[in-house]
Design a protein around this ligand. Structure first.
Ligand code: FIX
Ligand code: ZN
Length: 444
């Protein structure tokens, strides 16, 4: 009876209530495809960063996810691989993973999806055609094209204040493309303090190995200066699976006495990316990192003790995901985000997104791309959009069975929150009302 009444309310243009499964599916697919993404964690750079801005077939094939795979399918040793030029490495990866075997892994399928979207031959025996295509592109036009194809509106970079090449651009005062935002990355400061000290000294900060009061105040001055220069949306760090807090280590003390007070003072969130085991196989270099299950109670402690700081948190281990959802239900200053790195695979994204929808509604950020090469936005967001559409559709279908049909406006509001609004609100870019108005949501 109720379903009948709602059916009667459906308007011709489809803007009304979606009461049958087919119509609902169409609304969800259309809305998910049309909603612009704000990509909150990438390793991409604005064009102003010159050589750090990577794109094109050779960069795509030299992605570290593919480098890790090539050693499983070719007899080349890592030592020999690293002696090859970038072009030779790309040729080898193409031959081993795309010509001599079927590209079934997520990372290989990604290259295929990019090539196919750009109209390149995905069965090519070599990279001649692809290289010619990319040689003919201008960097500026290609950036526009990729952003349009992936429907990504804004990108957050990963910015290391101790990286010599990157800091030249920041210091030059050049205006950065407004679609790219900074995230102040603290890995070196928090995870390799002994290496960070001489670099910070060289920048004029009087820090030393031993963490004393002066070192803390100089570390805070360093952070203040880089915040002023970069205007980051958040401070962030990747952490090992055995990360503990509190801990009487350089990291523990810097976190407690320098980083958290800085977040508080500047009203900036802190992103914690937990669970990476760096250099499990050092011969593989950047492709040699692994993961471990971490302790989620560390995050709950941080959230409880720092109720006035907002945390963005992702865990690398699949086994930590359910506990992260429970923690987020207890702490409103905790925002779970992304299916990071080894979790960025269809089967796992499906599982984690469903779990989060069931436990958190739409109060989480389902994904970031982690793209290192501009073109990757095309496939990472294509794959993610489809998977999140499936999970959302199933939730709406369940809701319909329970007796409530969603409107097109509600689907738009939810998609906007998940892909854009939750992050913007978390980092203080927009008030939630403004986001919802721009998504065309009226009183539902
Ligand atoms: O620490 C990180 O931000 C990781 O995402 C990277 O270090 C990692 O290499 C990566 O690219 C994963 O997608
Ligand atoms: Zn990353």
């Amino acid at each position: 009876m109720m379903i009948k009444q709602i059916d009667d309310a459906i308007s011709e243009d489809g803007a009304g209530v979606a009461t049958d499964a087919r119509r609902l599916r169409r609304h969800v697919d259309e809305v998910m495809a049309a909603t612009p993404v704000m990509d909150l964690h990438t390793h991409l750079y604005a064009p102003q960063f010159g050589e750090l801005n990577l794109w094109g077939i050779d960069e795509l094939l030299n992605y570290h996810y593919l480098i890790a795979e090539v050693f499983r399918s070719s007899s080349i040793t890592p030592e020999k691989f690293w002696r090859l030029s970038k072009t030779e490495q790309a040729d080898l990866i193409w031959r081993a993973l795309f010509v001599e075997q079927t590209p079934l892994s997520e990372a290989t399928r990604g290259v295929i999806a990019v090539m196919s979207t750009l109209g390149l031959d995905t069965r090519a025996k070599d990279l001649r055609e692809a290289r010619e295509f990319f040689r003919a592109q201008s960097a500026d036009d290609y950036l526009e094209r990729v952003l349009k194809l992936s429907n990504v509106s804004e990108i957050v970079m990963t910015n290391d204040p101790l990286d010599e090449i990157e800091t030249q651009t920041w210091r030059s005062g050049v205006e950065i493309d407004g679609r790219f935002h900074a995230a102040l990355r603290l890995d070196r400061v928090l995870n390799s303090w002994a290496d960070a000290v001489p670099c910070m000294n060289a920048q004029g900060y009087q820090v030393q190995d031993q963490i004393d009061e002066r070192t803390i105040s100089e570390a805070r001055r360093f952070l203040d200066d880089w915040i002023a220069r970069m205007k980051p949306l958040y401070l962030g760090v990747s952490l090992p699976d055995d990360f503990a807090y509190p801990e009487e280590t350089a990291r523990g003390r810097l976190l407690r006495d320098a980083v958290l007070p800085t977040c508080r003072e500047h009203d900036l969130p802190l992103a914690l990316m937990i669970g990476v085991r760096r250099r499990v196989n050092p011969a593989l270099r950047i492709a040699g990192d692994g993961l471990g299950r971490a302790d989620v109670s560390v995050v709950t402690r941080l959230c409880a003790e720092n109720a006035d700081v907002r945390f963005l948190v992702t865990f690398l281990s699949r086994e930590n995901q359910h506990e992260l959802c429970v923690a987020a239900r207890k702490f409103s200053n905790l925002m779970p985000f992304g299916c990071w790195w080894f979790l960025n695979n269809a089967s796992i994204i499906s599982e984690i997104t469903r779990e989060r929808l069931e436990m958190l509604g739409t109060s989480f950020i389902p994904q970031h791309s982690d793209a290192r090469v501009l073109d990757q936005l095309i496939y990472k967001w294509k794959h993610t959009r489809l998977l999140i559409a499936d999970a959302l559709y199933e939730s709406y279908e369940g809701l319909l069975r329970d007796g409530r049909a969603v409107t097109r406006g509600e689907i738009e509001r939810d998609a906007m929150r998940l892909f854009n609004g939750n992050f913007r609100r978390w980092v203080g870019l927009d008030a939630i009302e403004k986001i919802e108005t721009s998504a065309g949501v009226h009183a539902a």
